[in-house]
Every structure is written in C-alpha cells, then in structure tokens.
Design a protein around this ligand. Sequence first.
Ligand code: A3P
Length: 280
Amino acid sequence: QLETEATIASKQGEAVKRFPTTLIIGVRKAGTRALLAILRLHPQVKSCGPEVHFFDQRYPRGLQWYLDQTPDVRAGQQTIEKTPSYFVVKGVPERILEYSKSINKSLKFLVIFRDPTVRAVSDYVQLNLGVQTKYHRALKPFEQMVIKNNSALKIDTSWGVIKTGVYAKHLERWLRYFPREWFHFVSGEELVNNPFQEIKRVERFLEIKPYFRKANFVFNEKKGFPCFRGAAKKNERCLGKTKGRAHPTVDPRILSELRRYYRPFNEQLYKMTDRNFQWP
Ligand code: A3P
C-alpha cells in the first residue's frame, strides 16, 4: 500500500519516498563510504542518510520506519542504502529475502572487497580509535590481538576482525538466498587506483545513465586518495579524516601468516565472483 501511493505520486512527477532497491551490504573497511560518495554524484542515485542498520539491528521497528529513513526521489531515480555489517551478520539475508518478496521483487547488491589482510589492519585501527575515545585506553598491538595466546604464529581465526575477511564463506551464505546476477563485486583497490573504470562497471550494473567521466576523480596528493568532483561544485570533495588513515607497521611474519590463512578463501572468492582481485 505504501508503495502504491508512492507510485501514483511519482508518476505525477512528485518526489516521494521509495524503498531501497540497491543495497551496499559490505564489506566494512573496504571502501564502502567512498563507493557511496561517488555514486551519490550521479543524478539518478539518492541514498539514505547514515548507515540505517535496518536488517541487522532495527528490524523490529518495521517497514514504515525503514521507508521513513529514505530520501525523496523522483521517477527514474533509485534509492541506495549502505550498511556494511549486513554482509556478516547472521539472519540478514533471510530478512532481505522476505523484504524482496513483499516490497521489491528484484534487488541489486553491491559488495566491495579489499585485500582481507589489509582490511583487518584497517578494522583494528578503527576499533582501537573507538576504544581510545570511549575508554581512554589503547588496544594491544595488532600482532598480539591476532595471534592465539602468543603461540607460534597461530592466527586467532575466531577474532571478528579476522572472520570478516573470510569473504567466500559469507558470500556462500548470501548465494543460498539470492541469484548471482543480483550481485556486483567491486574491488576496493581499483576504486582507489582506477576509480573511473571501477565506477563505470557499477554504473552498468545499476542500469543508470552513463554519467561519470574521468574529470569526476582527482587524485589528492595530501590525502593520498582520489577525491571527487560533482557537476555543481568546482572544488573536489575528499572523504573525512576517518577514511584513509595511517596503519601501524605490522610484523611481516604476522602479515605473511595472515596471507597464508586467507589464500584458499581468496581463491574460492575469485571463482565465485569470476574476478581475480589479485591480492598478494
Ligand atoms: P583506511 O582508512 O584504513 O585507509 P569504509 O568506508 O568501508 O570504512 O572503508 C574505509 C577505507 O576506504 C579506507 O581505509 C580507505 O583505504 C578506503 N578508501 C577508498 N577510497 C577512498 C577515498 N577516495 N578516500 C579515502 N579512503 C578511501
């Protein structure tokens, strides 16, 4: 009923709230914010405000609440929601399946991946800052967090930061519920090194008009990352200082152990996604 009213209004040219049809479901610390910030430059893309966490944390609030979190869109525009924890939280695909049955018969999922070893360090940096802000103390160094009881370089694979990087296992779960064609996989590395080409692939997947040009991306030496320039603004916009943070130097033996652990899962992911992300 909510959607029927919206459809009538939008046919009349009014801007109305519409349920998200595209979800950026993860992966945390792989470049999800950058992906959304770029897509938002496109005139046919509108997004919800901050991470909505509907399907993992706020589901009991109901669909009307979810709709309330969406922006007004006009005909031809689509609503994107990004909550990176969706990718790893159990029960989320099941809820989204229900949602797709009742609200949107077809959905599009964007998943951005980044070398899981580097992603783990990034996640650690983020956690550490959270602990510092909240409890005024620091976490143990990454090396101590990631190794089981100081044993001979045995990775603690039960640590959430490590589990998140076993992408193939998470994706396997999602593919039990949704067809492969509903997913598009973005390379976090390419979004930094080659943002124009990477976003053109996303544009095609979303079936929106070709809009992006090379000029939308300007590498910012100071930031060390691409910044973005929309049609209206002359100056480019960089992501804030919580994105693109310095990582600690990690013992190379730990890094190679982590890489060894992730390698078979990465190989599995390359097959599942038909894309070789070429992580070392
Ligand atoms: P670091 O801060 O560890 O470098 P998310 O938005 O999912 O939390 O991901 C954050 C990561 O996005 C950053 O991790 C950074 O590497 C990456 N990133 C990708 N493109 C970026 C950009 N244009 N500006 C800043 N960070 C970017």
